[in-house]
Design a protein around this ligand. Structure first.
Ligand SMILES: NC(=O)c1ccc[n+]([C@@H]2O[C@H](COP(=O)([O-])OP(=O)(O)OC[C@H]3O[C@@H](n4cnc5c(N)ncnc54)[C@H](OP(=O)(O)O)[C@@H]3O)[C@@H](O)[C@H]2O)c1
Length: 253
């Protein structure tokens, strides 16, 4: 990538959940495009590994997005080390699946606290550090608008995310901060291993999801990162409070 072609040259981008899957692919792409990237996640070893993969002086700040004190520390550290934030990708999420009858209160609290509360306060805590004209991208999922067994609580948090983008975007209009939603269908990431008992089961779950999509495959994390890059830059300057659907045709066909 030549310096002149870089779409995020000298921009500061914060990506929550940047140590794995879509977040990691997005951090890699943004760094290739000239951004100074900061990532978060709870696991320090995973963050260290991700920073080595991303290169380009990426910064990792360990923390839990469900903990508002961690979010304060994240943005203060990013501001101190990299400066004001141009792009915020709210990507960290917890994928907690179970039948309605078996869903416990602690499962409900976990998925709500990370995906709904975490998204809300990630944006709130970023506000003092976001540059006017910044781009904020929230991450939803196609299941937000579909009835899928075992997904009730997770899907509801992703529907809440879609709603937050509308309200945030309206409120932040005077600062020209655009808030949009990226809505992926099934994507090839380690998340499948976190909800299955073995690698084989994870591969089978992924293959099943792929067959569910009209395009007959799951997305690569890089394909989702490319969509995130569009939302992050002025290429999408006429888009606000809106949604970019990257789902292999699931919702529409
Ligand atoms: N993969 C899919 O098929 C798919 C489809 C639609 C939407 N999505 C959405 O896309 C986003 C990324 O998914 P993915 O598949 O790439 O997930 P992933 O590979 O499991 O990565 C999740 C990332 O979030 C971090 N994270 C999780 N809980 C966190 C917390 N409480 N605080 C801070 N960081 C936390 C993880 O790091 P630690 O565990 O170390 O904290 C990791 O870096 C999520 O919002 C997900 O809902 C994914």
């Amino acid at each position: 990538m030549t310096e002149t072609a870089a779409k995020l040259r000298n921009k500061v981008a914060v990506i929550t959940g940047g140590s794995s899957g879509i977040g990691l692919a997005t951090a890699q792409l943004f760094a290739e495009q000239g951004a100074r990237v900061a990532i978060t996640g709870r696991n320090q070893a995973a963050l260290d590994q991700a920073v080595a993969q991303i290169g380009h002086g990426a910064l990792a700040v360990a923390g839990d997005v469900a903990n508002v004190a961690d979010l304060d520390r994240l943005f203060a550290t990013v501001h101190q080390q990299l400066g004001a934030v141009d792009v915020l990708i709210v990507n960290a999420a917890s994928y907690v699946l179970a039948p309605l009858a078996d869903f416990t209160e602690s499962m409900f609290d976990r998925v709500s606290n990370v995906n709904f509360k975490g998204t809300f306060f990630t944006v709130q805590k970023a506000l003092p550090y976001l540059r006017d004209g910044a781009s904020v991208v929230l991450t939803s999922s196609t299941v937000a608008e579909k009835g899928v067994p075992n997904h009730a609580a997770y899907a509801a948090t992703k529907a809440a995310t879609r709603s937050l983008a509308r309200s945030f975007s309206a409120e932040l209009l005077p600062r020209r901060i655009r808030v949009n939603v990226l809505t992926p269908g099934p994507v090839d990431t380690p998340v499948f291993e976190s909800v299955t008992a073995s690698k084989e089961e994870a591969e089978a779950a992924k293959a099943g999801m792929g067959q569910f999509a009209p395009v007959k495959r799951v997305a690569t994390a890089r394909e989702i990162a490319q969509a995130s890059l569009y939302l992050a830059t002025d290429d999408s300057s006429f888009m606000l409070g809106s949604e970019l659907l990257i789902d292999g045709g699931i919702r529409t066909l």
